[in-house]
Design a protein around this ligand. Structure first.
Ligand code: SF4
Length: 351
């Protein structure tokens, strides 16, 4: 079935109508949808193979009754944004940069989202014009802020006109040198990345970077690649962000294809996030040991250009930590280094 671009699926009944989930799931999925937003764009729906019950694209976007299972260690604010929010819309966790949450909606709603309690229609955290002015003032009065990261939600959901106003306001602050936007739009709704939108992201006074969120190589469609190329050709460098997800990309071949795909698009792999302790997401998380083992496998399969940092956002707001794997160890004062095949060598070599 074909759908028009405006025809995003937003309810379990619509998902059932398009064959993306069985009819008998309706009662439980209604409970999930009452708590967490649902949206699947036509581009993403077209990527799903409805006859595959383990489809890795469906797993990211189609709600599941597993989301009703909340573990005790899960938390509505899993990476501790609130602990570092001096004014509404701003998260100031590291000295030289802030998150600026300019919008609370997304083109699609990921089932593992770490801000799932805060994003979506009906969540009351859209930034008022007064809160926007206060946030801007906070950035203006903190000269240590070198980089502003526009996030949300997805900043590319804003109109080109509004985005350009925000970019211009930020770039007018002398100490803001870098403006980074985190987005899933080039994958979820590539037609939205028009020349107008791309132009709106550029300013004379600050450098724009875009971080693309994608988790499976099938998400890098010809249309998504073309959307990224429009931004890169306009002079906007791009990096990637992915989340390690059980049943989506937790095998070396899929991660390899994803990282190669990014590099083919001129997007530098940046982060592979360990799944956050967001409510109802345990079925999508791996263990840290599994993540380390996959990173070790990736090291042997692709060049350094294709290597992301595997990072954990420490619960409580303590920031990101690279979580390995480790290649160096100490033995009786000698340094032992492990090569990509798993063989161990002394450094310096014994004579
Ligand atoms: S696009 Fe980002 S903010 Fe929006 S639902 Fe997905 S992970 Fe969450």
């Amino acid at each position: 079935m074909t759908m028009r671009a405006s025809n995003t699926l937003r309810s379990p009944a619509e998902l059932i109508g398009h064959g993306l989930t069985p009819a008998e799931t309706l009662p439980e999925l209604e409970k999930v949808a009452a708590r967490y937003a649902v949206a699947i764009t036509p581009d993403v729906a077209a990527l799903i193979n409805p006859s595959d019950p383990h489809d890795p694209i469906a797993r990211q976007y189609v709600p599941s009754a597993d989301e009703l299972v909340i573990q005790s260690q899960e938390n509505a604010d899993p990476i501790g944004d609130h602990a570092h929010s001096p004014v509404s819309g701003i998260v100031h966790r590291y000295p030289d940069r802030v998150l600026f949450k300019v919008v609370h909606v997304c083109a699609v709603y990921c089932r593992f989202c770490f801000r799932r309690e805060m994003v979506g229609p009906g969540k009351e955290n859209a930034l008022s014009s007064e809160a926007y002015a206060n946030a801007l003032n906070y950035i203006r009065t903190h000269p240590e802020i070198w980089e502003v990261i526009l996030t949300g939600g997805d900043p590319l959901m804003l109109s080109a006109r509004r985005l350009n106003e925000i970019m211009t306001d930020l770039a007018a602050i002398d100490h803001v040198k870098i403006i980074r936007l985190h987005t899933r739009v080039p994958v979820a709704d590539p037609g939205r990345v028009t020349d107008d939108l791309t132009t709106s992201l550029k300013t004379d006074k600050a450098v724009t970077w875009v971080a693309l969120h994608a988790n499976h190589p099938r998400e890098l469609t010809a249309e998504a690649r073309a959307a990224c190329a429009r931004m890169i050709d306009a002079g906007i460098p791009m990096v990637s962000q992915s989340v390690l997800l059980r049943g989506v990309n937790d095998d070396a071949a899929t991660l390899e294809a994803l990282m190669r795909g990014f590099v083919e698009c001129r997007i530098k792999p940046y982060y592979l996030h360990h799944g956050d302790l967001a409510p109802g997401t345990a079925h999508l998380r791996t263990t840290l040991e599994e993540g380390q083992s996959l990173m070790r496998a990736l090291r042997g399969r692709v060049s350094g250009l294709c290597q992301p940092d595997y990072v954990l956002d420490i619960p409580g707001g303590y920031g990101k930590a690279p979580v390995g794997p480790q290649y160096l160890s100490d033995e009786n004062g000698h340094c032992r280094v492990t090569d990509y095949c798993g063989d161990v060598h002394l450094y310096p070599p014994s004579s």
